[in-house]
Ligand binder design. Structure first.
Ligand code: EPU
Length: 430
């Protein structure tokens, strides 16, 4: 069991390098399964979800070599089938990308239900709809928690309208369609930067995908894919988490290796709150407020699909709203059950009230240290930010959620003046 002991109340100061995006690197790793050749993937974050993806691919016969400097060589030439255990599938959400990749490679795949953060129901009906439209038979066995897809007569291009612009469904259908006969069109596709990144990787391997980043993606099936060398984009959620940590501690932090365009919805909201934000070509700096500056302003935030305000920045911005003057409102429109962190933050003195999909926040002058849990990945990051802002020592439990998605978070924050200790305790100590 691991916990974080965070002694906060000090402004952060310095430079943080953003790593590669987890939610792009994971599907790219599974996309190498489809490619069936030797790929070199660079700028891969050193996070547990990547290790989980490697474990799954290795179990299927892929040969993965870490080449240092966040670079992996993945050889999937000799994999024979795409069937993984429930235990492996449940290790991460992205295990469901084996469905699209396995169908595309072998016309047949079987996995357990995917894992990941618990936000209540996380349906995959749009993935299934896409696979069926391409000609696969899909069976979901709710008792055995297994999903089987089989395309007896191969996959044929089709037109698929997504009821919601799902990131996972868009990527999964792209994967399955790359080698299908004919052309597939995905309408109402997700537009997140990681969709573009996965499509760019696949195109670098010989796929023919157009329109990624727009609501209409067209995939012309090709007969062969080949290995390539590809660098994952920077993680806008990791970068955004550190920008908010800087603002919450009234610090001065430059976050390097970012694509500012990906972060416009966040930087605009920070500016609206009165945070001093400077944008460069590949960095964003949060400047410390002047000693006589007024507190941050309360604002309204509504999460939305890209290019809207990302749901994966919801718990982190909630912490900042707690420290702003007056009443703020945060509306969640992607995940119904994203508010599980609220009792944890209230333990730190936050004044919060949830009503349906709205969170009403009454600003407080400061948060207080407490013992809290990381209920999921981004909620865990929010607890870290809250703890950094609070005078005294906060203990954050269940940090495995945080370590799944944040590369070297303790080291990166300590390098800019945080005081965080990761303590390993024997499980018996509770
Ligand atoms: N949805 C459906 N049917 C589907 C798929 C999705 O109704 O078949 C709904 C979901 O219930 C949700 C919305 O569509 O309301 C969006 O879901 P999406 O499929 O886009 O989410 P996901 O692919 O399961 C990814 C990220 C999440 C992130 C969401 C939204 C990965 C591994 N996960 O999940 O990231 O919140 O997109 O941007 O890429 C995180 O990194 O902390 C995280 C949870």
């Amino acid at each position: 069991m691991e916990k974080l002991y965070i002694t906060g109340g000090k402004p952060l100061s310095g430079v943080i390098e953003t790593g590669g995006m987890k939610n792009a690197a994971d599907p790219i790793f599974f996309a190498t399964f489809l490619v069936g050749d030797v790929c070199t993937i660079e700028n891969v974050p050193d996070a547990d979800d990547i290790r989980n993806a490697c474990e799954i691919l290795t179990s299927l016969g892929a040969v993965i070599a870490y080449k240092g400097d966040n670079k992996y060589q993945i050889d999937t030439r000799y994999v024979k089938q795409a069937n993984i255990s429930n235990e492996l599938a449940s290790k991460l959400r992205s295990s469901y990308y084996l469905l699209g990749a396995g169908l595309g490679r072998f016309g047949e795949v079987e996995t357990g239900f995917p894992g990941g953060c618990d936000f209540g129901a996380r349906p995959i009906d749009q993935h299934v709809k896409g696979f069926r439209a391409l000609g696969a038979a899909v069976t979901e066995d709710m008792n055995a928690c297994r999903i089987r897809c089989k395309a007896e007569n191969g996959l044929n291009g089709s037109s698929i309208y997504l009821d919601v612009p799902s990131v996972g469904a868009t990527i999964n259908i792209m994967l399955a369609a790359c080698k299908a006969n004919g052309t597939t069109v995905i309408e109402n596709a997700a537009r997140e930067p990681h969709i573009v990144d996965v499509a760019s990787f696949l195109n670098s391997c010989g796929a023919d995908i157009n329109g990624a980043g727009t609501p209409t993606i067209k995939i012309n099936g090709v007969s062969e894919l080949y290995g390539s060398k590809y660098a994952v984009i920077p993680d806008m959620i990791e970068a955004g988490t550190y920008l908010i940590a800087a603002a919450a501690t009234k610090g001065e932090v430059k976050v390097n290796n970012v694509i500012p365009k990906h972060m416009e919805s966040l930087t605009a909201k920070l500016e609206e709150m009165g945070v001093n934000v400077e944008e460069g070509d590949d960095y964003i700096t949060i400047h410390a407020p002047a000693p006589d500056a007024p507190p941050m302003h309360s604002v309204r935030v509504k999460t939305a699909f890209y290019p809207g305000f990302p749901t994966d920045m919801h718990p982190q911005i909630a912490v900042l709203l707690c420290l702003a003057n007056g009443e703020s409102k945060l509306t969640e429109s992607v995940w119904a059950n994203r508010f599980q962190y609220v009792p944890e933050l209230m333990r730190m003195g936050a004044k919060l009230n949830v009503s349906g999909s709205d969170l009403f926040v009454t600003g407080v002058p400061e948060l207080k240290p407490a013992n809290v849990r990381a209920v999921d990945l981004r909620a865990g990051a929010a607890m870290v930010i809250a703890a950094l802002s609070a005078n005294g020592t906060t203990v954050v439990d269940d940090i495995h959620h945080i370590l799944r998605g944040y590369e070297h978070i303790v080291e990166k924050l300590n390098a800019v003046g945080a005081d965080i200790k990761l303590v390993k305790l024997p499980d018996t100590m509770g």
